[in-house]
Design a protein around this ligand. Structure first.
Ligand SMILES: *[C@@H]1O[C@H](CO)[C@@H](O)[C@H](O)[C@H]1NC(C)=O
Ligand SMILES: *[C@@H]1O[C@H](CO)[C@@H](O)[C@H](O)[C@H]1NC(C)=O
Ligand SMILES: *[C@@H]1O[C@H](CO)[C@@H](O)[C@H](O)[C@H]1NC(C)=O
Length: 365
């Protein structure tokens, strides 16, 4: 549709003035040929530079992955298992992602780049957080600016809710002692506390007021009363073939006991990688896929406690290693709210695993 429109526009561009335009062009060329030549040359050089840069970056990356794979993982057993029979090199990305990038799952509503859902069944702060967790690992909502403050106010305006839990907790009487949910980050940049709040003497939990003279303001208080609450998820790209769709990625669960190398090879065969986790909220999401305890393999190589190489190339923006042994592979403890979330293991250990890949593309492997 848009293509034909462009062609039409080109065709209709003053067809009768062809000669005039040619003369004008001639004039420009004869007067400015030096500048035009220099311009063309620099454009060509620039393009060449970009092509070379891309080439070396890509090459460097492949090289890195090869080193990690060959030096760190134990060799695969030669008996061909299900994972071994499919070759990773035949994977093809067929079509680009569709345009529907702002989808909300679990019945959440898309507002201003976030997905929100109001729960009017009153809960204590702690139970409210657990309910959010059971809806795709969502968190109690956060507000980072005045626009979001107004948006959340509008969002609840049609319900008969007078106040509700926010995702903010204050450990002291200053704004910088207030932290938003597990994604952390303090409320330093923006807050709309009522006068004389936060007040940790009354309580640490922060709620939002929707009625009366203080509508739109926040107060802190005890975490024990029950009230309504709003859970928040990041929007994601729509993907009808993805059961676990979070933040533009699909998480594919395999309850098979494989070694780290075997499971990564399996994930490659379906155009993914062993799961990477780059934020506290993603960690929460991955945990929410499983109910009960146990552990799964993460797609990382950990030469020491401060260095994490994710197999899918994700940056190591989040480190939740609580227990370091002399193994260099990484497991996630699935117990909800356990303090022992990630721990290193020998890479020959076997475990269930999750594969992770981008949502919204049609994969053929
Ligand atoms: C609130 O209700 C009114 C009237 O039914 C509707 O027009 C408006 O869109 C609703 N607002 C929200 C935020 O749902
Ligand atoms: C704080 O809340 C009030 C009441 O809703 C609102 O009018 C005001 O814009 C908010 N202030 C900021 C800085 O967000
Ligand atoms: C470290 O490795 C050695 C030898 O493989 C093993 O005996 C020992 O138990 C390991 N230590 C820990 C803490 O796992």
């Amino acid at each position: 549709m848009s293509e034909s429109y462009v062609f039409e526009e080109l065709d209709c561009d003053e067809p009768t003035n062809e000669q005039t335009r040619f003369k004008r062009l001639q004039h420009v060329v004869s007067g400015q040929w030096k500048n035009i030549l220099i311009g063309l040359l620099s454009q060509t050089l620039y393009a060449t530079f970009l092509v070379l840069l891309t080439y070396f970056l890509t090459k460097g990356r492949v090289y890195e992955t090869e080193i990690v794979t060959s030096s760190t993982f134990p060799a695969l057993p030669s008996t061909s298992s299900k994972a071994d029979s499919t070759s990773a090199s035949t994977t093809t990305l067929l079509t680009p992602a569709p345009s529907n990038i702002n989808t909300c799952v679990f019945g959440f509503t898309y507002i201003n780049g976030k997905c929100w859902r109001l729960f009017t069944d009153p809960q204590t702060r702690e139970n409210a957080d657990s309910v959010c967790m059971s809806y795709g690992g969502s968190t109690l909502f956060s507000i980072r600016n005045e626009q979001e403050n107004n948006a959340i106010f509008d969002f609840v305006s049609n319900s008969s809710v007078d106040y509700f839990w926010t995702g903010l907790i204050c450990k002291g009487n200053t704004i910088s002692s207030c932290i938003w949910d597990k994604e952390s980050g303090s409320a330093d940049g923006y807050d709309n506390f009522s006068d004389d709040y936060p007040d940790v003497a009354i309580g640490e939990c922060v709620y939002f007021i929707t009625t009366g003279s203080e509508a739109g303001k926040w107060k802190s208080g005890s975490c024990n009363p029950t009230m309504s609450f709003i859970c928040e998820l990041p929007p994601t790209i729509q993907d009808n073939n993805c059961e676990n769709n979070y933040n533009n990625h699909c998480y594919l669960r395999y309850d098979l006991s494989y070694t780290v190398a075997q499971s990564q090879k399996f994930c490659r065969s379906i155009c993914g990688n062993l799961v990477s986790i780059t934020s506290a909220n993603e960690n929460r999401y991955v945990q929410s896929i499983y109910i009960g305890g146990g552990y799964i393999t993460l797609g990382a190589v950990v030469p020491n406690v401060n260095i994490i190489y994710w197999m899918d190339g994700s940056p190591a923006t989040y480190n939740n290693i609580q227990h370091y042994t002399n193994g260099t592979c990484l497991f996630l403890n699935l117990a909800w709210d356990s303090t022992d979330h990630w721990y290193t293991v020998d890479c020959a250990e076997e475990s269930w695993f999750l594969c992770k890949r981008s949502t919204g593309a049609n994969y053929i492997c």
